[in-house]
Design a protein around this ligand. Structure first.
Ligand code: TRP
Length: 434
C-alpha cells in the first residue's frame, strides 16, 4: 500500500476483547480486527516510537514562533522519532545567529536562519501506482509543504516507480510515466521550486553514482534475516523486493545527493510519512550508525479512512471508496452523500435523541483532516454528538469544503506543465543560503 493510503478505520466487529493485539501494519497491509480500528497507542509501543505530546507541540511553537499545523494539533500526525532533536538543532542555529547578529528576520512566522546553512532537510515520497491520486495521498504532501514553509528547508521527494513494478507488476515504462503524472499533483501542492527535488528511482539510480554507492553500503550491512524480521519477506519473494528497502532508505542520507547538497554528508534528515512506512526507517536508523551516518528523524501520521469507514474493505479498484483529485463537484457530492459512513442515528428521531458518534463518522473525520477552522470543528463535534446537527447537514458542509479544496487543486494542477515537472526533476543545487 502507499503512504496514507485509504484504509477502513475498522473492519468487522470483533467477537472477543483485546483484539487490537492483532493489528497488522506493514507497508503493504493495514488491518485491524478491533472495533476501534488500529490502536495507535499500541502501535507506538510496538514500533518503539514516541507519542507527539503537548510538550513537543509547545516546543514546536516556541521554536517556529507560530501555531502548529492543524494536522499536528488534531493528533493526525501523532508519533515521532527524534523530532525534539530537530527542533533543538533549529533552536540552536537560531540562538547562534541571534548572538552573531546574523538573524535576518522572522517574516510571517518563517524562520530565516539561513546564514548557518540549512539546519536539516525533508524527505518524503510516493509510490506511483495509479494515475489519479486521492484525498488521502494529499495528506503527507500538505503537511510537508507546511514544514518546508515553516522551517525554510530543502526537500527531496522519492517516486518509487521501481517499487510499484516489483509489487504490483505494473510495467516499468508505465510506473515511470505515472511518476511524472503524480509529480504534477505533488507540485500542485505548492512546493518551492528552488528548494524541492523530485526524482524517479529508475532515473536517479541509473544516473547518480553517489546514490548507488549509498545503496550498496546499506545493502552490505542489512541481512536477509533482518528484512525478514522487519517486513516478513519469505524465501519465495523475488530478490527485487528483498533489496528494495535499501532504495527507500538511501534518500535519508544527504551524501546520496551530491548535486543537491554540494557533497555535504551530514545534514540531518526529517521524514514525514504515514506510520505504515516506519518499518523502512526503523531499518534505516538501525543501519545508519554502522555506516557513520546520522539517523533520520520521523513524523508519523495515522491513516486516512475510506468513505465506507468501518463497514468495508478498501478497494483501490473501486472508485467509490475514495474521493479522487480529478473528481468533479458533482461526483464529490454524490460520493459523500451516498457512501460516507455515518455515525448518526438511523432516523432523524433517533439521531436527535441519542446523538451521533463522531469517532466513526466519516464526514466528521474528513472535516478533521481538511477543515482548518478549529472553532467550527469544535462546534460541529458538540452539535453532532448531541444530535442537534443532522448527518445531512454535516455532509453538506463537508461537500463544500472538499469541492473547494479539490477545485483549487484541479486549477493549480492544470497549470503544471511537463516543462515545470522536468525542472523539479532535474538534479541541481537547491537554494539554502550557506
Ligand atoms: N513506499 C512509499 C509508497 O508506497 C513511497 C515512499 C518512498 C515514501 N520514500 C518515502 C513515503 C519516504 C514516505 C516517506 O507510497
Amino acid at each position: 500500500m502507499t503512504s496514507t493510503e485509504e484504509v477502513p478505520v475498522t473492519e468487522h466487529k470483533a467477537t472477543g476483547e483485546e483484539e487490537d493485539d492483532e493489528d497488522e501494519v506493514t507497508p503493504w497491509l493495514v488491518s485491524s480486527k478491533s472495533e476501534k480500528g488500529v490502536n495507535y497507542d499500541k502501535l507506538i509501543d510496538k514500533f518503539g516510537s514516541s507519542k507527539i505530546d503537548d510538550a513537543l507541540l509547545k516546543k514546536f511553537e516556541e521554536v517556529t514562533g507560530k501555531p502548529v499545523h492543524h494536522l499536528l494539533r488534531r493528533g493526525i500526525f501523532f508519533s515521532h522519532r527524534e523530532m525534539d532533536q530537530i527542533l533543538e538543532i533549529v533552536k540552536k542555529g537560531k540562538d547562534e545567529t541571534v548572538k552573531e547578529g546574523k538573524l535576518k528576520t522572522v517574516e510571517e512566522g518563517k524562520l530565516k536562519t539561513v546564514e548557518k546553512g540549512t539546519p536539516f532537510y525533508l524527505y518524503t515520497g510516493r509510490g506511483p501506482s495509479s494515475e489519479a491520486m486521492h484525498l488521502g495521498h494529499l495528506i503527507p504532501f500538505i503537511f510537508t509543504k507546511w514544514l518546508q514553509d515553516t522551517f525554510d528547508v530543502p526537500l527531496v521527494i522519492q517516486m518509487t516507480d521501481d517499487e510499484k513494478y516489483l509489487w504490483k507488476g505494473i510495467p516499468l515504462e508505465e510506473t515511470n510515466r505515472l511518476a511524472h503524472e503524480n509529480a504534477k499533483d505533488i507540485i500542485a501542492c505548492g512546493f518551492d521550486i528552488d528548494k524541492t527535488f523530485i526524482f524517479s528511482d529508475i532515473e536517479n539510480i541509473s544516473s547518480s553514482q553517489e546514490f548507488y554507492k549509498h545503496m550498496c553500503q546499506i545493502q552490505k550491512y542489512v541481512t536477509f534475516n533482518q528484512v525478514k524480521g522487519i517486513f516478513g519477506f519469505t524465501e519465495s519473494d523475488c530478490i527485487g523486493k528483498i533489496s528494495f528497502p535499501a532504495i527507500q532508505a538511501t534518500p535519508s542520507f544527504s551524501g546520496a545527493f551530491p548535486k543537491i547538497f554540494s557533497g555535504k554528508k551530514d545534514i540531518p534528515c526529517l521524514i514525514p510519512c504515514a506510520i505504515d512506512q516506519d518499518p523502512y526507517f526503523r531499518m534505516t536508523r538501525d543501519v545508519a550508525p554502522r555506516l557513520g551516518f546520522k539517523k533520520p528523524a520521523l513524523l508519523h501520521s495515522t491513516f486516512f479512512p475510506a468513505l465506507q469507514g468501518a463497514q468495508s474493505k478498501m478497494s483501490a479498484s473501486d472508485p467509490n471508496t475514495s474521493i479522487f483529485l480529478t473528481d468533479t463537484d458533482k461526483q464529490i457530492k454524490d460520493k459523500i452523500n451516498k457512501y460516507a459512513y455515518s455515525g448518526g442515528g438511523s432516523t432523524v428521531e433517533e439521531h436527535k435523541e441519542k446523538g451521533g458518534d463522531c469517532s466513526v463518522d466519516v464526514a466528521f473525520q474528513y472535516m478533521k483532516f481538511f477543515s482548518e477552522d478549529d472553532d467550527r470543528l469544535a462546534q460541529i463535534e458538540k452539535d453532532y454528538s448531541s444530535g442537534e446537527l443532522l448527518t445531512g447537514h454535516l455532509k453538506k458542509e463537508l461537500i463544500g469544503v472538499l469541492q473547494k479544496l479539490v477545485g483549487e487543486h484541479r486549477e493549480r494542477r492544470a497549470k503544471v506543465t511537463d516543462e515545470l515537472v522536468n525542472q523539479f526533476m532535474t538534479p541541481r543545487k537547491l537554494k539554502y543560503d550557506y
